[in-house]
Design a protein around this ligand. Structure first.
Ligand code: UDX
Ligand code: UDX
Ligand code: ADP
Length: 466
């Protein structure tokens, strides 16, 4: 007696909603998928004839969008119409960390989610399955449910939690070949039916055993815990990278040695200048906030250390640069390679590059930034948001360039902050010639070969190696 799904909508056309719905549309040609957003510019970009203008960059995304768009995949600002027509509504709006009031700096701000729920309640004229897709703190589903039940038009809503595990830069691959899909919902007959309905959509392209059903609490908490564990691995290896730099141990050899233990596993053990992205820090802060709110102080303190270690790694990197450059970088030209929080994305949220640049700017360095996918507007917006100095000062001290080689003319140092593949292909001998001597390269992503760099004459520092 499962309802046949012919029409779904997604509220929020961002890094999660856009790629996820594009993949669902491409895998389910019989379902009409409408992605809506209140941001007209964003929707215009999703509809742009020129697929290079899509609002987010993901390998493989434009191919999928070009196949499905205006066939069974639509991008629109007509939120109410899309809600009205859909049998399943995904909520995929942003949930930033609160910048005000109770839980400031830790709790997730749910105002966009609540607005969505109220809007669904107002518009819906028949029964709907509402799916929370944003990363949300535990118990959001019950908040959404309460809003829907008390303000609606007496229709039945089933609320499901369906957290997204895609990583940026590999979103399409992760969606097409997901390790697992998690669907949380009530164990009532109608809850079970809703879970089965949503499962059947994913089962159109994923093996049945990879679609896991749980209760709502487990589903919501699993998302936070998965990200906390992943971030913890990065912080763990990064703290050991600091120890390696003081000794003759080599972080890569350690990652390899421990990764061979099948209980540990080899993935996610790359030492770096620090983790970034919209999820790790936010989700851990959330976990910490939830633990504290239940009086579990030891639990909260344990996970908070993952963030403290990450902040330490970023400032340690910047301090190492400053001390290597004879403790004075005022007026020195320093080139930053990479601004995105990882390669193959134009996303810069929580990027370690922001913290490193800010620390160098505090010392009055002259900075030139090159990133193949990030715009100058984005870079300045990231810096201005910190409020460390005036926007004019940021623009005076930091410039953005689209010529990575010319940028190195008369530079004192280069810092590699994102692991873009193209950095490996540069003519480093020519770059060496361009630079002032001694020429420093600070490799925050362990991208280049130590022996080659040293033999070219560089003063080459690689995170995790003395
Ligand atoms: C993460 C989770 O991987 C994904 O499952 C979840 O849905 C959202 O959060 P994302 O933030 O897009 O995805 O990227 P991810 O590949 O996890 O990298 C996060 C950060 O950790 C990046 O800054 C990356 O450079 C850093 N990282 C990752 C390391 O420094 N070392 C590693 O070994 C792995
Ligand atoms: C450990 C390492 O596994 C081994 O590689 C090393 O050489 C010596 O230390 P051991 O202490 O013998 O081995 O046992 P192990 O199976 O690792 O268990 C250690 C403790 O962790 C036990 O008390 C075990 O009950 C506990 N544990 C283990 C858990 O509580 N939960 C788990 O999931 C795994
Ligand atoms: P994520 O990484 O979670 O996908 P993004 O910030 O990339 O987050 O995308 C969230 C999108 O949700 C934004 O484009 C924003 O305009 C949109 N949005 C927020 N609130 C609403 C709302 N009430 N109705 C429709 N769209 C919304």
């Amino acid at each position: 007696n499962m309802k046949k799904i012919t029409n779904i909508c997604c509220i929020g056309a961002g890094y999660v909603g856009g790629p996820t719905m594009s993949v669902i549309a491409s895998q389910c040609p019989d379902i009409k998928v409408t992605v809506v957003d209140i941001n007209q510019d964003r929707i215009n970009s999703w509809n742009d004839e020129d697929l290079d203008n899509l609002p987010i960059y993901e390998p493989g995304l434009k191919e999928i969008v070009s196949k499905a768009r205006n066939k069974n995949l639509f991008f629109s600002t007509e939120v109410d119409k899309a809600i009205d027509e859909a049998q399943i509504i995904f909520i995929s709006v942003n949930t930033p960390t609160k910048t005000y009031g109770k839980g400031k700096g830790q709790a997730a701000d749910l105002k966009f989610v609540e607005l969505c729920a109220r809007n669904i309640a107002k518009v819906a004229k028949d029964d709907k399955i509402v799916v929370e897709k944003s990363t949300l703190p535990v118990r959001t589903a019950s908040a959404i449910k309460s809003i829907l039940q008390h303000t609606g038009n007496k229709v039945n809503f089933e609320i499901l939690s369906n957290p997204e595990f895609l990583a940026e830069g590999t979103a399409i691959e992760d969606l097409l070949n997901a390790d697992r899909v998690l669907i949380g919902g009530d164990d009532t007959p109608s809850g079970q039916e809703a879970k089965d309905t949503l499962s059947s959509i994913y089962e159109q392209w994923l093996p049945k055993e990879r679609v896991l059903q749980t209760n709502v609490w487990s589903s919501e908490l699993s998302k936070l815990v998965a990200n906390a564990f992943l971030a913890q691995r990065v912080s763990s290896i990064n703290t050991i990278s600091a120890l390696c730099e003081k000794t003759d141990a080599n972080i890569q050899e350690i990652s390899r040695a421990i990764g061979y233990d099948s209980r540990i596993g080899s993935k996610f053990l790359n030492a770096s200048v620090g983790f970034g992205g919209s999820c790790f820090q936010k989700d851990i802060l959330n976990l910490v906030y939830i633990a504290r709110s239940y009086g579990l102080m030891e639990v909260a303190d344990y996970w908070e250390q993952v963030i403290i270690a990450n902040d330490y790694q970023k400032s340690r990197f910047a301090e190492h640069m400053i001390s290597s450059l004879y403790n004075t970088i005022s007026g020195k030209k320093i080139v930053l390679y990479g601004w995105a929080f990882k390669k193959d994305t134009n996303d810069t949220r929580e990027s370690p590059a922001i913290a490193v640049a800010d620390a160098l700017l505090e010392e009055q360095a002259e900075i030139l930034v090159y990133d193949p996918k990030v715009s100058a507007e984005r870079i300045y917006a990231d810096l201005d948001y910190l409020n460390t100095r005036s926007p004019e000062e940021n623009r005076r001290l930091l410039k953005v360039t689209n010529d990575p080689i010319e940028a190195t003319a008369k530079a004192h140092a280069i810092a590699i902050l994102t692991e873009w593949d193209e950095f490996k292909t540069y003519d480093w001998a020519a770059i060496y010639e361009n630079m002032l001597k001694p020429a420093f390269v600070f490799d925050g992503r362990r991208l280049l070969d130590t022996e080659t760099m040293n033999s070219l004459g560089f003063n080459y520092y690689k995170i995790g190696q003395s």
